[in-house]
Write a protein that binds this ligand. Structure first.
Ligand SMILES: Nc1ncnc2c1ncn2[C@@H]1O[C@H](COP(=O)(O)OP(=O)(O)OP(=O)(O)O)[C@@H](O)[C@H]1O
Ligand SMILES: [Mg+2]
Length: 402
């Protein structure tokens, strides 16, 4: 995995270790590289593995752990040391900080705070390596149904994931909710759980994600679509803010309407991919969308709205050039009409771009679209556009519930 953060866990309690492991591994781009119950063995392992994060239980005798932590930090200054403890006297905490600890994990573990702490380490590591990856939010949209939005969003997300990036696919089409189905998933958790939670935070969003076998994380619509009745723009905004700070790329299957939800989604998108088919009703619908994007001032920025022509075929009544002339915007990419492959993929829950080689003409076009949107060489070196703010030096963060 690219730019993965490795973690070594040292804790005497097997149960605590298991809990920590599950919490870390639920975060994207994080792998637990090893765990030990014994401090000496744990430090030895860390010397070998050189993790980005070393988690140590701060157990009695506290001095031994702090000395070991301090020595390890001297040897490996880039490591982030997280201490697990129930001891909170100011003197111990001060000594922990002097020993180089950056975070203190309390019980019960607050997964949201853990996620934020890991993001800080990730941003810092990325900066040291010459800048974090540029973040993208791609929204696939059509104000008319049945134009291929879900097919494009799903396969685009898979193709981007296939290049080793951390990608989340969000199904905001609360009228259809097709994404999980197209991926052959039966998610147990969904957007319904996010909005049912008392408040939306990193933990509730992370918990609602389903991991596809490709490593793509999916925020699906619930099976009963009425569970997202009452979804609001601000809720959508919070969900996207959290996903945007966690994932390199977020791909959205947007609802086919202009309303509070879609406008919030557009506002938070780095690019809206407007889908049109080569048919008169579809072009008319795209025209109406562009008029609205114009009013919203989206067309002032290059690449904010990109036109995709789906179901392109040599025998279509409308060519790509005619589409451009009619709509007054360039066609960014085309996806071939490939009814057999697309319908088979949908019916079998095996998307075109799910394997190592994209299937059919449409699959190849969608893989090319992904490369066009995020060229492979730009994924690592680009500026840290949306990287999380750097950790302030010398400040200890305490987190945990209660
Ligand atoms: N490139 C393509 N070639 C052939 N058929 C396609 C193509 N893209 C989409 N389709 C067909 O169009 C139909 C709609 O596709 P999809 O569900 O992806 O669109 P949508 O815009 O998300 O529709 P909905 O209104 O259901 O949200 C599907 O049955 C699919 O078979
Ligand atoms: Mg759809």
């Amino acid at each position: 995995m690219s730019n993965g953060l490795s973690v070594v866990l040292v804790h005497r309690s097997e149960r605590e270790r298991a809990g920590l492991k599950a919490a870390f591994e639920a975060l994207p781009n994080v792998q637990v590289a090893g765990e030990r119950s014994d401090l000496r063995a744990g430090i030895a392992l860390a010397h070998q593995v050189r993790p980005a994060i070393l988690v140590l239980e701060l157990a009695a005798p506290v001095d031994d752990t702090l000395a070991a932590a301090g020595q390890y930090k001297l040897d490996h200054p880039d490591v982030a040391i997280f201490l697990c403890t129930d001891v909170f006297d100011p003197d111990t905490l001060l000594r922990a900080m002097r020993a180089g600890a950056t975070e203190v994990l309390r019980r019960p573990l607050d997964r949201g705070a853990l996620s934020t702490a890991v993001e800080r380490v990730s941003a810092l590591t990325a900066r040291k390596q010459g800048g974090g990856a540029r973040r993208h939010v791609f929204t696939v949209f059509s104000n008319k149904g049945g134009q291929g939005v879900s097919t494009i969003a799903t396969n685009l997300a898979l193709s981007l994931r296939g290049a080793g990036r951390e990608v989340a696919l969000v199904d905001f089409d609360y009228q259809s909710g097709d994404v999980a189905f197209l991926l052959g998933l039966s998610p147990r958790r969904s957007l319904g759980d996010v909005i049912a939670a008392p408040h939306i935070d990193s933990a509730s969003v992370q918990d609602a994600l389903t991991k596809h076998e490709s490593g793509l994380f999916v925020l699906a619509q619930p099976e009963q679509l009425d569970r997202v009745d009452g979804l609001t723009g601000p809720q959508v905004g919070t969900v996207l803010e959290i996903l945007g700070s966690t994932f390199e790329i977020v791909v959205i299957d947007a609802p086919h309407v202009f309303n509070e939800i879609s406008l919030e989604v557009f506002d938070r998108s780095s690019s809206v991919l407007l889908v049109a088919e080569p048919s008169v009703p579809s072009v008319r619908a795209a025209r109406r969308s562009l008029d609205l994007f114009q009013k919203l001032n989206y067309l002032a920025l290059p690449d904010r709205v990109r036109l995709l022509m789906n179901r392109r075929s040599d025998s279509s009544a409308i060519t790509a050039v005619q589409l451009e002339e009619t709509l007054g915007v360039p066609v960014f990419a085309t996806v071939s009409n490939d009814y057999a492959a697309v319908s088979q993929a949908i019916n079998m829950g095996r998307p075109l771009c799910g394997g190592s080689i994209p299937e059919g003409r449409a699959g190849r076009d969608l893989a090319a679209l992904a490369r066009q949107l995020v060229p492979v060489e730009s994924s690592n070196g680009a500026a840290a556009e949306a990287a999380a703010p750097a950790k302030r030096p010398g400040r200890m963060r305490l987190f945990g519930r209660g």
